[in-house]
Design a protein around this ligand. Structure first.
Ligand code: NAP
Length: 513
């Protein structure tokens, strides 16, 4: 099992009491190791005494780190100042469980090596060293070209008890390289990818034998980009129960941080006691990145990548990917020209479905007995609109599509038999039985969070829904969009995007059984 380690930066000698309180809170929340980041204070003349106090009173085993400014820290003092810290610990007879020293510092500074050897020479009555050396290397700009050489140099250093390699991720594929390094390790090792691409390396550290994974008590306490909170790791991703056979699922999108899918699926896995975890999987916006990232995850058997939800902008890329890899595509995905769920069998067999389409029908079926003959105004012509159009046409509804970009509406109509494209004033001249918002108008953080798509897509004053209408929203953040609020005030029957989200997520979950 990987230990959860919480880094705590100490800005001044006077901050030691506060830092100790923060450490106690972190331990109460589940931290098993504290990393005292003393680089901000190391240049102070009282730093040696402060570091001795931190280690002596640390509420959990600890690492002492004086991180160099060139490797993501703030220390740009002298080697003598580093030596003074190590000597103070030695003279006071207090031993942090680990001292972290950068490979570059270690190779350069003979005085630091000597001081560290002095400290590490102390051992318990059983001959166990009281302090061990973590030799580390960090690159905040990307994957270092000499990554392998750095790792080899750290492995080759006889004094190094633990080796740590950290770099800024450029894509999900970096995680797999970190896992490969962990698998090939000859000593205890920490391999972490920073940034939004790297969450996988932090959550799955226990799956691949990483010695520890870093977490913060609060997001504003990050000491490196992408560190999750202790609560995220323990309660959300259940990191402490992750092991070599944990199955991996996720949501592929760009951006993907806002997705509610990780909350839904991780909670279901927890309730069912399934050894599985669900992660956000950011993939840059084009087919090439989709193919490279998802193909690499699939091709790594030890990852046990078993499935994914697919969201904007990758639903069409997912369909193409599955066809290229000879997978199966269900009728709903084929008709919609978009995939929102991938399932990967143990022998790599790939299948794709679209659960948006049946979820829309499921939700409408509880509001109206018969969809055959119902007139539907479909607002939008993107991925969800395509799923809605084919499902509603199959159910016999009379669908008219309205879209900001008319070419896209015509393209949709050419793809789905029986759909018509509305005129610019069509929403002003007709009242429909059902209105479906499949645009992102009204979405929090989107281009038009305060707007109603009826107003945006109608030339003139639109005819409003009334008490005989069903108004269906696909946007789920916020739950009550301007479109829904207005419709509810007029007495319409409303379906929220959250309900649709839950229904489509339930079908995804079933597909992964
Ligand atoms: P998409 O493929 O990107 O399509 C977006 C649609 O919104 C297009 O028709 C686009 O028109 C239109 N649009 C965007 N901004 C607009 C603006 N400022 N004015 C007018 N029209 C605008 O996205 P999608 O995958 O279909 O998703 C659409 C919405 O459904 C999103 O809000 C998404 O969160 C939601 N969704 C909900 C669920 C759920 O379970 N509840 C599931 C999936 C998606 P153009 O063609 O002119 O660009």
């Amino acid at each position: 099992m990987s230990l959860i380690c919480v880094p705590i930066a100490v800005d001044a000698p006077g901050d030691v009491p506060t830092a100790l309180i923060r450490a106690r809170h972190a331990v109460d929340a589940g931290a098993r190791l504290i990393e005292w980041r003393v680089d901000p204070v190391a240049g102070d003349e009282d730093a040696p005494a402060a570091v001795v106090q931190l280690v002596r009173e640390s509420p959990a085993p600890c690492i002492v780190t004086c991180r160099d400014a060139g490797e993501g820290g703030v220390f740009n003092g002298s080697d003598e100042q580093r030596v003074a810290l190590l000597t103070a610990l030695h003279q006071a007879d207090v031993w942090p469980r680990y001292i972290d020293i950068e490979l570059a510092t270690w190779q350069r500074a003979a005085t630091v090596r000597t001081a560290m050897r002095g400290l590490a020479s102390d051992s318990t009555q059983d001959g166990i060293p009281r302090t061990s050396l973590i030799l580390s290397s960090h690159d905040f700009s990307g994957r270092p070209r000499d990554l392998m050489q750095r790792v080899a140099a750290m492995h080759d250093e006889p004094q190094a008890n633990v080796i740590k390699i950290v770099w800024m991720g450029r894509s999900l594929r970096d995680n797999l390289e970190a896992f490969e390094l962990l698998r090939d390790r000859q000593k205890p090792m920490i391999a972490i990818v920073m940034g939004e691409y790297g969450l996988m390396s932090r959550v799955l550290a226990p799956k691949f034998g990483g010695m520890l994974t870093f977490a913060v008590a609060d997001t504003n306490e990050e000491t490196a980009p992408g560190q999750p909170t202790i609560t995220d790791l323990r309660d959300f991703y259940r990191t402490e129960s992750i092991n070599t056979s944990t199955e991996v699922f996720g949501v592929i999108g760009w951006p993907v941080a806002h997705s509610q899918s990780p909350a839904y699926h991780n909670a279901r896995f927890a309730v069912d006691g399934r050894n599985a975890v669900y992660l956000p999987l950011p993939v840059a916006d084009d087919h090439l990145h989709f193919k490279a990232s998802i193909g690499t995850l699939m091709d790594e058997p030890s990852l046990h990548f078993r499935g994914a939800s697919v969201t904007i902008p990758h639903k069409e890329n997912a369909l193409r990917f599955v066809r290229e890899r000879g997978g199966t595509v269900d009728a709903a995905a084929d008709r919609a020209g978009a995939v929102n769920t991938l399932s990967i069998g143990a022998s790599d067999n790939l299948s794709a479905i679209n659960t948006d389409a049946p979820a829309i029908i499921d939700a409408l079926a509880t509001r109206r007995e018969e969809l055959r003959g119902a007139s539907v105004a479909l607002l939008g012509a993107g991925g969800v609109a395509r799923a809605a159009a084919s499902a509603l046409c199959d159910a016999g509804a009379d669908v008219t599509v309205f879209n900001r970009t008319p070419e896209r509406a015509h393209e949709l109509a050419s793809h789905v038999d029986g759909i018509s494209v509305g005129a610019a004033d069509g929403l002003a001249t007709h009242r429909f039985d059902i209105y479906v918002n499949a645009t992102s108008i009204g979405m929090e953080g989107g281009m038009m969070p305060g707007n109603n798509p009826l107003d945006e897509l109608c030339e003139g004053d639109p005819t409003r829904p009334d008490s005989t209408s069903i108004v269906f929203e696909t946007v789920y953040a916020p739950e009550q969009t301007p479109f829904l609020v207005d419709a509810a005030q007029r007495g319409a029957t409303c379906v929220t995007g959250s309900e649709m989200f839950r229904l489509q997520a339930e079908r995804q979950y079933e597909a992964w059984q």
